[in-house]
Design a protein. Structure first.
Length: 379
């Protein structure tokens, strides 16, 4: 009995030790990231020489699978944690009446496991994604910079009008079903393989190994989280919400591929997505990019307080553009009142700010400055 008790105690201590070591490893990664990012040169060098090549390698390994590897890994982790949580609670309740020591041992083990998981995942996220915010941005990669003094109101209106004209033009070129809903003319996931070919010839900094984006099977979960897509820093995959309206999917693919090519900031990824789609010329991608740009430009015009110009431009939408934007708004409205949506958006806002994205979720709207700075000079 004593020997068995000693062996059990030794195994328990060993299990605690493993959890503590992995927790310490996660905390070390978090500390290492925050220390190294104090030097932009160091952080940029880590991204360039370690993180980016690692992601290209990981994405290459994952290309052979039709399913997003990160989705499988997440499902497995959630399943294991759920089973472990249930077993730990059952063991705690079972031993509570006979041995408080064993009961609280289960509780301590559960807490350590959760702390270990959170610290290790967040530490990995810091290392594998955080350095993207110190990667060369659009100003370096494309030589395009937003005016630090802001944009001229008349330039905003002019660029907005041009995107409306393009959206109207392409809204009747793309394929539609019997109800007038946008449907793909061709597989956007297959076309994504050549999406960045044209823009990369103009801006070689956007050239990168080609990796096909992955559809997420549990896309409704992403919708509750307000995600049209995400770049997985743990597998290097560009993952897409396949449940949201198809009219916005091509631009979402272009956005996540921009992340995959090293554009970390959300506002810059939106701009690069629009740039790549327009340069590519595929009607589905051009139309989707025009809708994306139009949403941001019209929001900026509305926030400027110029209701007259906002309404004038809004009234110039073609019926097809109105239909697609209303469908997109109606889709997301279904999720905006849920507690999951609100909690996730608040958390993501705080997340962006923690990585020096000072505007939080409003960072997505900052792409307007880049759109106006670039297109006001060529249109």
């Amino acid at each position: 009995m004593n020997r068995n008790s000693d062996e059990t105690k030794s195994l328990t201590v060993h299990n605690y030790r493993i959890r503590l070591i992995l927790t310490a490893a996660g905390l070390f990664m978090i500390l290492f990231y925050h220390l190294t990012r104090m030097s932009e040169k160091t952080a940029g060098s880590i991204y360039l020489h370690f993180i980016r090549p690692l992601h290209d390698r990981l994405a290459g390994w994952c290309d052979s699978t039709g399913t997003a590897v990160i989705e499988v890994l997440t499902a497995c982790l959630c399943t294991v944690l759920a089973v472990y949580l249930i077993l730990s609670v059952v063991s705690f309740i079972r031993d509570l009446g006979s041995s408080l020591r064993r009961a609280f041992g289960h509780l301590i083990s559960l807490v350590l496991t959760l702390v270990m998981t959170v610290s290790f995942i967040y530490g990995g996220f810091c290392i594998l994604w955080g350095y993207y915010y110190y990667a060369p941005g659009v100003s370096t990669v494309c030589g395009i910079e937003a005016d630090p003094d802001g944009i001229l109101h008349e330039d905003l209106i002019r660029v907005d009008e041009h995107f409306v004209q393009m959206a109207n033009e392409y809204s009747v070129q793309v394929k539609r079903d019997d109800e007038g809903r946008f449907i793909y003319s061709r597989d956007p996931y297959e076309h994504s393989r050549v999406l960045y070919d044209t823009v990369s010839r103009t801006f070689p900094g956007l050239d990168a190994p080609v990796h096909k984006p992955k559809q997420i099977r549990f896309s409704k979960v992403m919708s509750y989280m307000d995600f049209t897509g995400f770049f997985s820093p743990f597998t290097g995959e560009a993952c897409i919400n396949a449940d949201s309206p198809e009219c916005m999917t091509p631009s979402a693919i272009a956005h996540e591929l921009a992340h995959q090519r090293g554009i970390g900031a959300e506002d810059e990824a939106n701009f690069v997505a629009v740039l790549a789609c327009l340069e590519d010329g595929d009607p589905d991608y051009v139309y989707s990019a025009c809708l994306l740009a139009l949403i941001h430009l019209q929001n900026a015009l509305y926030k400027s307080g110029d209701d007259v110009q906002w309404q004038r431009i809004r009234d110039s939408y073609s019926p097809q553009v109105v239909h697609d934007l209303e469908e997109n708004n109606a889709y997301w409205a279904r999720y905006r009142e849920s507690r999951i949506y609100k909690a996730t958006t608040d958390t993501y806002d705080a997340f962006l700010k923690s990585y020096d994205q000072e505007l939080g979720r409003e960072t997505y709207g900052a792409c307007v400055d880049l759109l106006v700075a670039y297109y006001s000079n060529i249109w």
